[in-house]
Write a new protein. Sequence first.
Length: 185
Amino acid sequence: MNLLDVVFIGLGLSMDAAAVSMTNSMVYKKSRKRLWLMPLFFGAFQAFMPLIGYYAGGLFAEYIQKYAGIVAFIILGFIGVNMVREAVKCKDGACEVGQILTIKSIIAQAIATSIDAFAVGVSFSIGGLSLNILLAVGIIGITTALCSILAIILGKKFGDTLEGKAEIFGGIILILIGIKSLLGI
């Protein structure tokens, strides 16, 4: 496995994190500064999980791989359903838009979008990674952070265009990502 292979693995692993970053930036208009924590958290978790997988090897791999889709589905599904529910909840005839993005929510999303990276770490240990594992996970983390930054920028533009519908659209996206994880697609 060479450096380019690891970059492509990083890009593949970062797609869920990028989709969640875009969704959050469309929806959480009151949390513009907190949005910029996502690349940090998503990149760190995407780097940390393969490192754990690499060193844990086969010890927990079977259990984590078995339940990874279910855990991601529950976390992202819950957040997505809540997002849609909040979007349609009206108070005094006017719907509330622009929830606050919490650190707790960012961490939950970072965990949900990085569970599959554990399996990649296990495959690194089994497949005899020819690169230094720290270099590989660093590349994965940086790739995820950069993709999240790009997604935030794009999400802000789409969020401004969609306005009040962004929260419903974003919730549906999170639910679909959760279903994708559950089905192992």
